[in-house]
Design a protein. Structure first.
Length: 367
């Protein structure tokens, strides 16, 4: 129904070719929001000098994770399109995503384990071999092992969401184009609706009956599927009026969930989905979100997200260990933390993430 208008920009080397740069811009903003939330406890004097609205935004910066989940759903639906699914396809798709995302994650896991191994104040259970292995396999949250870094749990959920998407799409496919679309909509409507309604089901019952594990439903993808699903439905709504109607329904239900539980998370998902849809219809908005600065930062946002608590946190502690906790020094420490995190992110991107991206492109999911 509505053609996608990706704000790609090709330089002389064509490095940006094929990228949806407005998504990179949204990733950059979400990553910075999460980082400010994590740094907030160390820079209270600075935040005390700012308008209360700014402090409110920073206090809710953790909801940048919700933005990531919505964007992931959009990207996966856009990347796979109307592909035909088979068991071979599913396996190669998961392998390709792992080749793309796992090396930076694994490198950061090993770095964090080595970093904390020499800390006498760190509990041995947090740096032990078993903890390291559960992280490498994305199951630390399910099995109840402590997180090496606060952000790692989200990678576990992302892997589950990717796998769930391709399995649901495989189950929903049909040889008939007409019935295939109806079947696809039915399967994904049920999944998205179920995830939205989970908020009204007691966690204790879900843990005992459906999603066991040390951390209960929060360690499993259904709890977050509606976020991912909103991104999927935005992509499909660009091509189908029926999908657009379903998207409107889910946005309304997410707003009702936010109102019923006084929760900001669903509203952030609604705003992200709305922004994605508007960016596809309004090229000017796409160009703003895909400007050079945001596109550059967004291209490194995955590495930044992985490293900021480790590198940024250490930077803040180093600066403030030698200086008083005044607003001026806290602002300086915050700037150093952000700069150090982006420099470390660029290094990780160049040495690990960039090669991983090249390797993943060499893997055909249809071969």
């Amino acid at each position: 129904m509505i053609p996608i208008l990706p704000p790609t920009r090709e330089g002389s080397s064509g490095k940006a070719a094929g990228r949806l740069l407005h998504l990179d811009g949204m990733r950059a903003l979400a990553a910075v929001a999460v980082a400010l939330f994590h740094f907030r406890g160390e820079v209270g004097e600075v935040l005390g000098k700012l308008p209360p609205a700014v402090d409110t935004v920073v206090r809710h910066g953790y909801l940048g994770v919700n933005v990531f989940f919505v964007l992931s759903g959009f990207v996966i639906a856009h990347s796979l399109g109307t592909s035909r699914y088979s068991l071979r396809f599913l396996g190669r798709f998961i392998l390709r995503r792992q080749v793309r995302l796992a090396p930076p994650y694994w490198a950061t896991v090993v770095l964090a384990a080595a970093w904390y191994a020499g800390d006498p104040h760190m509990a041995p259970a947090r740096t032990g071999l078993t903890t390291l292995l559960t992280h490498l396999c994305y199951v630390q949250d399910i099995l109840g092992y402590p997180q090496l870094l606060d952000v790692f749990w989200t990678l576990c959920i992302e892997v589950q969401l990717y796998a769930a998407y391709v399995v649901l799409a495989w189950l929903a496919q049909s040889d008939s184009p007409r019935w295939g679309m109806l079947r696809r909509d039915g399967v994904f409507v049920a999944a998205t609706l179920g995830s939205l309604l989970m908020a009204w089901i007691p966690d204790a019952w879900m843990s005992a009956q459906v999603m066991p594990g040390a951390n209960g439903p929060a360690a499993w993808f259904p709890y977050y599927w509606y976020m991912f699903g909103l991104g999927v439905w935005v992509r499909w709504a660009l091509d189908s009026r029926r999908a657009c109607a379903w998207l409107a329904l889910f946005l309304l239900l997410a707003c009702l969930r936010a109102g019923g539980f006084h929760a900001a998370g669903p509203l952030v998902c609604v705003a992200t989905a709305g922004l994605l849809y508007l960016a596809a219809r309004w090229p000017r908005l796409s160009r703003v979100l895909g400007c050079r600065v945001l596109a550059y930062l967004g291209g490194k946002s995955y590495s930044f997200y992985l490293l900021h608590t480790l590198i940024g946190g250490a930077s803040i502690h180093w600066v403030l260990a030698h200086q008083p906790h005044t607003a001026a020094w806290e602002l300086a420490a915050l700037c150093v933390a952000l700069a150090a995190s982006w420099l470390a992110a660029h290094a990780l991107w160049w040495t690990v993430e960039r090669p991983a991206m090249r390797w993943s492109r060499r893997l055909s999911i249809t071969g």
